[in-house]
Design a protein around this ligand. Structure first.
Ligand code: NAD
Length: 271
């Protein structure tokens, strides 16, 4: 793999949650390409996570797979113990794991509500808290990074755009945005940077039902001024940058990777 992307993350240790598929898998690969050692978290289906690890190792990178449900305090704690045992510490956390449990509001069950909040919001709290505790224990390593640690929260354009039929998901992602900004404010004096990447429509399993039909794809493209659906690598490149010292003065920000979806495209021809 050479020094990949100038090896801007060389020697750093990253954990990516929900990294056995989609955006998380691409983020894990991109971080490894940039020189980081990567822990690939998964909840179930170790085969897929091991395949991601094998792919990274096949390109000369360093990775391990770690199982945990990010919504479980106990499992998250155990995962961080394993991460620290294996790699010594953690420098970069990417809170990527997410689920959609969609339903018309009046039919939404408490199980659907709780599952989305548990994975999409509580999971980000639990993993961030463990990471911050370890950043503080470890202390500064100036030769690795000018920050004590970096946290990147994967949110969504639906941290801002309301989304009918997805009240639980939108509530969780809106929560992620203020959670991220608040801990960024609290932790900046410690030199911990916390930012979010909010994707628009990215081609993964989570939204396959939408882009898989020509009608669905057309409806989606109407919402994207840049005229194409996003690829997982679009998000991964933004995450690598936010994890690196190239973005050292940036904290508490949301970077929308959305081909302009946040630009109210319905107003292009009227309003
Ligand atoms: P995906 O379904 O491929 O990825 C989600 C991953 O999270 C899966 O690997 C899944 O197994 C894992 N996961 C689910 N529950 C978990 C748990 N409790 N513990 C650990 N892992 C768990 O879909 P994706 O599109 O790659 O989504 C990744 C992130 O990007 C999510 O947070 C999603 O909300 C966000 N996002 C995606 C899009 C898009 O268009 N694809 C848009 C905006 C935001």
């Amino acid at each position: 793999m050479g020094d990949g992307k100038d090896g801007i993350l060389k020697g750093q240790r990253a954990l990516v949650t929900g990294a056995s598929s989609g955006i998380g898998k691409a983020i894990a690969a991109a971080l490894a390409e940039a020189g980081a050692s990567v822990a690939v978290n998964f909840r179930a289906g170790g085969d897929k996570a091991n395949a991601v690890v094998d792919e990274i190792r096949g390109r000369g990178g360093d990775a391990i797979a770690l199982q945990a449900d990010v919504g479980s305090e106990y499992e998250v704690h155990e995962m961080f113990l394993q991460m620290i045992k294996h790699y010594g510490s953690i420098d970069i956390l990417v809170n990527n794991a997410g689920v959609q449990k969609d339903a018309p509001f009046h039919e939404m069950t408490i199980e659907q509500w709780n599952e989305a909040i548990s994975v999409d919001l509580t999971g980000q709290f639990l993993c961030s808290r463990e990471a911050v505790r370890e950043f503080m224990r470890r202390g500064m390593v100036p030769e690795l990074s000018s920050a004590l640690g970096k946290i990147i929260c994967i949110s969504s354009v639906h941290d801002t755009i309301p989304w009918a039929g997805h009240a639980n998901y939108a509530a969780a992602k809106g929560g992620v945005k203020m959670f991220m900004k608040t801990i960024a404010q609290e932790l900046a004096p410690l030199k911990i940077r916390v930012n979010a990447v909010s994707p628009g429509a990215i081609k993964t399993e989570i939204n396959k039902s939408v882009w898989d039909t020509s009608e669905g794809l057309k409806g989606l493209l109407d919402l994207i001024p840049y005229g194409r659906i996003g690829e997982v690598e679009d998000v991964a490149r933004a995450v690598v940058w936010l994890a690196s010292d190239d973005s050292d003065y940036i904290t508490g920000d949301v970077l929308y990777v959305d081909g302009g979806m946040m630009l109210y495209p319905e107003f292009r021809t009227g309003g």
